[in-house]
Design a protein around this ligand. Structure first.
Ligand code: CAA
Length: 261
């Protein structure tokens, strides 16, 4: 995975770590970076060696400080819409990647940065992380999915307060309202996130992927449709070797050795 100017990526023992790397702009997302994310996530989807993806920001200060304000400040309405649609599509690609994606939020996750973290499946935050959707201070609403994913994560009232005020909240508050799963000391962020990735990796991968798809599909439809989807994928999993192995291991009182088949 090479040929990227604004992203670093490495794959080790099944875990891909993707680092947004524009430290001079606090890792703000310009169009070039969003195009690179699009390309990199296509590669990650195709790479069988990758089981879980971690997304983080370079340096200690920032995860992603939002969309690049200097780049978009003179956009026309049409350019603004196209910019939003581009990043929305890439974030949906991340959200719907068949493999689990965990955000390791190391610092500022503002605007598009908070939206990127929310497109990931799970968020682990450093104690130094700060979250917010400050767009209203710039005269715009969030445009990379924030008005939709934030209320789905923290509820309508809390989301509206964050969206209307543009206030920043610290990691403890983000944890309290359910925006992040866990808060850890800055020095432990990557190790804790990798340990979680590893734990997930050693479960039945097809089952994990099916859980992800069922949650994502189900939250956008009525309960009966979601339940019906679950019954189908539940049934299909009985056609996998992983199901046979998982249940044999239980009966034989040993650890399962899943193959993802
Ligand atoms: N776009 C472009 N450049 C940015 C940036 C952004 N979103 N955020 C920070 N930078 C740049 C700064 O301009 C500065 O560059 P220079 O050194 O060349 O001046 C550098 O990063 C360091 O930033 P600061 O000097 O401002 O650092 P600070 O510690 O004083 O403040 C901060 C940190 C509070 C995060 C502040 O930088 C800030 O408020 N940034 C903007 C946050 C924001 O509004 N994000 C939302 C963007 S809009 C959006 O994301 C729309 C959407 O829905 C997609």
């Amino acid at each position: 995975m090479s040929g990227y100017e604004n992203l670093l990526s490495e794959v080790q023992e099944g875990i891909a770590v993707v680092t947004i790397n524009r430290p001079k702009a606090l890792n703000a997302l310009n169009a070039a970076t969003v195009y690179e994310l699009d390309r990199l996530f296509d590669e990650l989807a195709q790479n069988d060696a990758v089981k879980v993806v971690i997304v983080t920001g370079s340096g200690e200060k920032s995860f992603v400080a939002g969309a690049d304000i200097t780049e978009m400040r003179n956009y026309s309405a049409v350019e603004g819409r196209n910019w939003g649609k581009l990043a929305q599509a890439v974030f949906s690609k991340i959200e719907n990647l068949s493999k689990p994606v965990i955000a390791a939020v190391n610092g500022f996750a503002l605007g598009g940065g908070c939206e990127l973290a929310m497109a990931c499946d799970i968020r682990i935050a450093s104690e130094k992380a700060k979250f917010g959707q400050p767009e209203v201070s710039l005269g715009i609403p969030p445009g990379f999915g924030g008005t939709q994913r934030l209320p789905r994560l923290v509820g309508k009232g809390r989301a509206k307060e964050l969206l209307f005020t543009g206030d920043m909240i610290d990691a403890a508050e983000a944890y309290r309202i359910g925006l992040v799963n866990k808060v850890v000391a800055p020095a432990e962020l990557l190790d804790t996130t990798k340990a979680l990735a590893q734990k997930i990796m050693f479960r039945g991968q097809i089952a994990v992927q099916v859980c992800k798809a069922a949650v994502n599909e189900g939250l956008d439809v009525d309960l009966d449709s979601g339940i019906a989807y679950e019954a189908e994928v539940f049934g299909l999993c009985f056609a996998t070797s992983d199901q046979k192995e998982g249940m044999a291991a239980f009966v034989e009182k040993r650890k399962a050795n899943f193959t993802g088949k």
